[in-house]
Design a binder for this molecule. Sequence first.
Ligand code: NOJ
Length: 445
Amino acid sequence: MIKASDFGPDFLWGVAVAATQIEGAADSYGKGPSIWDTFSKRSGKIKKGHHPATACDFYHQYQSDIRLVKTLGFKIFRFSISWPRVLPFGKGPVNKEGIRFYHDVIDECLANGLVPYVTLYHWDLPEALEREGGWTAFSINHAFNEFTTLCARTYGDKVKNWIVLNEPFGFTSLGYMLGIHAPGQTGLTSFFSAVHHAAIAQADGGRILRSEVPGANIGTSFSCSEVVPYTQSEADVMAASRFDCLMNRLFIEPALGMGYPETDWDVMEKFTIQHSTWRHTGRLSFDFDFIGLQNYFPITVKYNPFVPILQAWEVKAKSRKKPHTAMGWEINADSFYNIIKQFAAYPNIKNIMITENGAACHDKLTGNCVQDTERIEYFRLYLGALLKIKQEGINVTGYMAWTLMDNFEWAEGFNARFGLVYNDFKTQQRTIKDSGYWFQEFLKS
Ligand code: NOJ
């Protein structure tokens, strides 16, 4: 039976959340609208018309929620600062109530012996900046630097652990190419512009934190998925390689000073022309103290000539009759092992932290119980793979479970439950699931 102590006494255990997904109070206390506030008002964008206006009401319940993190036995609480809560227009006038709120959250963490890990950008762009083009506009970098400087100067004496961006591939692809996340932009031109500005923001953010926060431990978090060709045919193998460039290599490689993976994916070259700064690899890289990796599932891809540009398509877990979560995401701990090893093979990554991992299940509240045995099994498998990685000498120093409690799962609304704690969104009643109790026992071991 796997034990937390197998990972060593210094291994860091945490739980992660994000502002939009839990806070609520979306249009009060001086907060400006974010792209998610406006996007969720557009018909058909979020399942069942859900919106994050109240979410888990963390804004009012942060004290008991943070105590819950402690009760479960975690040492790290990872949360994000809502950019439009502190800068309602994205830049310019500061919202004092917003500033105070995060002071309160940080103080509550510290009072409970929890180490705050603060994410600067977890997808809630101020709507005012989206009107200027959002991540596709060069002006975003000035605004992001202003936001970063404000956060660093305001909280830097209390917060030492920072994550600059959360899953840049996630918000640029879903929000600026496919249009299924906020702000709903589509097309490759907007996607590649957003990619480039996010890559700049990532490295600039690191530099600002380094200069403003003495003793800062600075990271940034990437989504990653092992990409597996459906067959060993040359066409499928090449399709998998293109997918790998897009999903795994697009942000880490410029951050490490390697530039974009253009040579293995020629379509990128076409888009580089529009940005004179595209090849300024110096500005795109930063010497991060840790790299955050977030993995949920592998992807199996097949060559498909009808898909523009990528000429590849995913063959879903369900159609391959593989075990999968309520999101349809394949459960495969070997692929977790493989993708972490793929990233660990990059030279000059000092240290890896798993900053998110978890599963959505069809949870049912019965009385005061949620028997989420599938989720417990998921964590057992994935933590087993992580232990193997650690025992092979890879410098993985922490693990954060996604997520504390069921919350607003972006375009899925409240329908996908990922929490260790069940949330009744009508009453805001929290109930620790069996997986929460499992973690509590595990962390004691
Ligand atoms: C990644 C995102 O960072 C987080 O916000 C999301 O809820 C989880 N994955 C699950 O989809």
